[in-house]
Ligand binder design. Sequence first.
Ligand code: 5GP
Ligand code: MN
Length: 338
Amino acid sequence: MAVMTNLEELKGFLAEPRRIVITSHINPDGDAMGSSLGLYNYLQPLGHKVSVIVPSNYPDFLKWMPSDSKVYIFPYQLSESQRLIAEAELIFCLDYNALNRIGDVGTAVAANPCPKVLIDHHLFPEDFARYVLHRVEASSTAELVYEFFEQLGVTDKVDADIAACLYTGILTDTGGFQYPNTSSKVHRIVANLLDTGIDHNKIYRDVFNSFTEMRLRLFGYSITEKLRIYPEYKAALISLNKEELQRFQVRSGDTEGIVNYPLKIQGINFAAFVADRNEVIKLSFRSVGSFDVNQFSRSHFNGGGHVNAAGGQSKESLDKVIARFEEVLPQYKEQLMY
Ligand code: 5GP
Ligand code: MN
C-alpha cells in the first residue's frame, strides 16, 4: 500500500488548528465531491477552519451530502474563495493530477506557497505537492482518503457523515462496483463504511435514480437518434449539439452516464460522447479491456484521465471534432480489435 509521503510531518502539522482549503477538479463528479466532503467532515470537527472550493458547479444529484451547503463554487463566490485560498496554510488537491484541471482556482492555488497535499488516482500526476498519496490502481480518491485515515490511525473517527461521502465517491468511480478497479480492499472499506449505519440504498437512488423526466428522454433520444457505430473498430460515438442540449434543458450533470450506454452492446469496446458546451466541446471516453482512452484523449483531445475512463476538450466546432475522431480511429484499429 502506498503511504503518504512525509506523513509524520503532516501529522505534526495537523496537530494544531489550521486554515485548510480542499480543492477538486472542474465539473466535479461523485468522487470529487465525495472525497472532498468526506475529508471536510473529518477535519472540521477537529478545530481546523476548513473550506471546500470547487472550480465549477456540480450536479443536483450530488447536492445532498453532509456539509454540502458549506461548499464554495469559485466563480459564484469569487472574492471569498480567493481570500480563503490566499490565507490557507495547507491546501488539499483531491481527485486531480495537474493544476490545469482546476481552471482559475489553479492560479490562486499556485500563488500560495503553502504546502499542498495531493490525494489522487489519475495517471501521470504533476509534481507540485509536498505530501502525496497517489495510486493509479485505487478505485477512487474516496478510497485513498480512507487509506489516508488508516495511515493517520483515525478510522474509528469515520462516522456516518464521513462514510456517506466516501461511499458516494467509491460507488460512482467504480460504476456501482462493476469496474475492474473494484478490489477486495474496496469491499473491505465499504463494509466498514456500511457499519457506520449509512443508508446505501438511499445513496444509490439519490445518485443514480433521481433523473428528471427530461433527462431520461435525453438518454432515450441520444441512444435512438444520435448513436453512431463503427463496427470495424468496435467503437461508438454519441454527440449532442447546442440545439439538442437546449431542447432537453440540459443542466450540469444531466449528460453524465450517457457515454456508458454504447458499451452495453456486445462487441463494442470503445465509446465516446461529445457535447457542444459553452465555449468548448467536452468529450468523454470509456473503454472495456486494454484500450487506453487516457492516451487517446491526451494524443488528440487535450485531455487525460484513466485507462478506461478519460475526458478531453476542444475549441473546434462540433462537426470538426467528430470528423477528427473518425479520422484518427483507423490508427487504433489493431488496438481496438481485441
Ligand atoms: P468524464 O468523462 O466523466 O468527464 O471524465 C472521466 C475521467 O477523465 C475523470 O477521471 C476525469 O477526472 C478525467 N477527465 C475528464 N475531462 C478531462 C480533461 O479535460 N483533462 C484531463 N486531464 N482529465 C479529464
Ligand atoms: Mn476519481
